[in-house]
Ligand binder design. Structure first.
Ligand code: ADP
Ligand code: 5GP
Length: 262
């Protein structure tokens, strides 16, 4: 494709949708692939805006017809990316972002190894639980069972972080947005020779620091908090036993530490 394919994955509630929508306010010519799903719309979601909502029967027919670039079952529902999303972005000369789970990312990487993949981590399990709970509330979904189901899945998804080229820790929102922006601009620079404005050196440095291969020190406390690496090896994290000390996490805040290349 003319543009670059970006894959972005994260445990549910990490802030992936927020990051993508903020990125698209800052950087032009980035399309978002609207996925198909068999889950029901939540909160203010509209058919054709956040997702294309459909039945399992139709989705299975679409799989048989080869409509999907990738598809996967996530939390008991089917989700998939239609191939035409790539063609549409290509025709417009735009980059494309896929917000897909770790299974879908694996399928796309096999078909399109040139894709740039970004994994978004929450800073720690308590913050993840608070964010997910806030999102559920905002969407009118008061379902603790589903909440804990997603949280248990989070550690398994985070274990896959090594398969991604870049890692973001979404702690301070503005910083994470600036990092995602830097990744997009740096990839455009390296792949397409696209000029980046006067702060280009800083942008390239920010992106390089987010490379998975440069992230071990930064990730250590996050991985440990999720029970993924520890002196005694793997241990299952009990989300329901965590205290509520981060319950009052502030809403996405402002921070000017990182540059915006605008
Ligand atoms: P995802 O798409 O990964 O499931 P969302 O983007 O819906 O997650 O974010 C989940 C919740 O966390 C939302 O209420 C969002 O406003 C909030 N949020 C996202 N990023 C941050 C951040 N860096 N700091 C505080 N709250 C955040
Ligand atoms: P949610 O139901 O909370 O919007 O999304 C649940 C999960 O499904 C998230 O991890 C999201 O990235 C993933 N997802 C959304 N669209 C797709 C898709 O088209 N394909 C795959 N494989 N996963 C998707």
């Amino acid at each position: 494709m003319a543009g670059i394919l970006f894959i972005i994955s994260a445990p549910s509630g990490s802030g992936k949708s927020t990051l993508v929508s903020e990125l698209r306010k800052q950087v032009g010519a980035v399309d978002f692939a609207i996925s198909w799903t068999t889950r029901a719309p939540r909160g203010s979601e509209q058919n054709g805006r956040e997702y294309n909502f459909t039945t399992r029967e139709t989705f299975e027919r679409m799989i048989a017809d080869g409509i999907f670039l990738e598809h996967a079952e996530v939390f008991g529902r089917l989700y998939g990316t239609a191939r035409h999303s790539l063609e549409d972005a290509r025709a417009a000369g735009h980059d494309l972002i896929l917000d897909i789970d770790v299974q879908g990312a694996e399928q796309v990487r096999v078909k399109m190894p040139e894709a740039v993949s970004v994994f978004v981590m929450p800073p720690n399990p308590r913050v993840l639980r608070t964010r997910l709970r806030n999102r559920f509330r905002a969407e009118g979904m008061d379902n603790e069972e589903e909440l804990y189901r997603r949280l248990r899945e989070a550690s398994k998804e985070i274990e896959k972080y090594r398969e991604y080229g870049y890692i973001l820790v979404n702690d301070i929102l503005d910083r994470a947005v600036a990092q995602l922006e830097a990744i997009v601009l740096a990839e455009r620079f390296y792949r397409n020779g696209e000029a980046i404005a006067y702060r280009s050196r800083r942008v390239l440095e920010v992106a390089a620091a987010c490379l998975q291969t440069n992230s071990q020190e930064r990730l250590k406390p996050v991985l440990e908090a999720f029970g993924i690496v520890s002196a005694s090896g793997q241990q299952e994290l009990r989300f329901d036993e965590l205290s509520d000390e981060d319950q009052n996490e502030e809403s996405p805040g402002s921070n000017e530490e990182e540059p915006h290349d605008d």
